[in-house]
Design a protein. Structure first.
Ligand SMILES: Nc1ncnc2c1ncn2[C@@H]1O[C@H](COP(=O)(O)OP(=O)(O)O)[C@@H](O)[C@H]1O
Ligand SMILES: Cc1cn([C@H]2C[C@H](O)[C@@H](COP(=O)(O)OP(=O)(O)O)O2)c(=O)[nH]c1=O
Length: 222
């Protein structure tokens, strides 16, 4: 039996974020991944940003009426509060945390308001690095079709050509994240089914982070 841990001397659980263009399939893949990890014996906590906490609720409610750096600050403030109030405590309890949107979304979405990427990075640079940042990629036309059939949730998604712009912003954000030491797994979700994509992520986690349960128990005695 193995457990997913950052390393064999850690009791902390793994932190995995998933980002990508609106309607690429983040929530769907996350649900499949959660089921797979639970079947593997992991304790899984799924969460999302903006969070359901006070700052996340404010950010979501103000997205149509506040823009630019002010909105960017709200989303990043939510991120730091989310880390402190929910993500870190769950990780320290040994749970695997799956987060639907995280820093990569913060580097991408506020660019629709023309916010300087360097400013966005400075707002997000102190957020905890996930053990794995999954970023979904796809042919923008395919994403646009998924978005149209699901329906837009806010002004960013209604902007003409938004799927193309988001894809471009994500490519740039990934380069920045890799430079900052993030472990980024980019996967193309144009044609593969969500359960297959979840399997790819699960295999990657197993390959990099599986630790024999005996070793995690041994580490506890110290
Ligand atoms: N790999 C996929 N192939 C085809 N359709 C998908 C895939 N993943 C998700 N979808 C569909 O695309 C839509 C958006 O998925 P969703 O998970 O809500 O996206 P997101 O969370 O990225 O906004 C849903 O109708 C979903 O069923
Ligand atoms: C995390 C985050 C989200 N957002 C936006 C992107 C989404 O449009 C919105 C979340 O909406 P939601 O409907 O939950 O997401 P999705 O469309 O992916 O299903 O919040 C930001 O603008 N900045 C951020 O940092």
């Amino acid at each position: 039996m193995t457990r997913l841990r950052p390393s064999s001397d850690h009791q902390r659980g793994l932190f995995i974020s998933i980002d990508g263009p609106s309607s690429a399939g983040k929530s769907t893949i996350l649900a499949h991944l959660s089921q797979l990890l639970i079947a593997d014996g992991e304790q899984v906590h799924t969460t999302a940003e903006p969070s359901t906490g006070p700052i996340g609720t404010l950010a979501r409610n103000l997205t149509e009426t506040v823009s630019g750096p002010a909105l960017a600050c709200l989303y990043s403030a939510d991120r730091y509060h989310h880390l402190e109030s929910e993500i870190r405590p769950r990780l320290e309890a040994g749970e695997t945390v799956l987060c639907d949107r995280y820093v990569p979304s913060g580097l991408v979405m506020q660019r629709f308001d023309g916010v300087d990427p360097a400013f966005l990075w400075s707002l997000n640079a102190h957020a905890d690095r996930p053990d794995l940042a999954v970023v979904l990629e796809a042919d923008p036309q395919t994403i646009a079709a998924r978005l149209e059939s699901r329906g837009a949730h806010n002004r960013f998604q209604l902007a003409p050509g938004s799927s193309h712009a988001e894809s471009r912003f994500y490519r740039q954000a990934c380069a920045r994240l890799v430079q900052a030491g993030y472990d980024v797994l980019r996967i193309d979700c144009t044609t593969m089914a969500p359960d297959q994509l979840a399997q790819i992520i699960r295999d990657r986690l197993q390959a990099f982070f599986a630790v024999p349960e005996l070793e995690t128990t041994d580490a506890r005695t110290w």
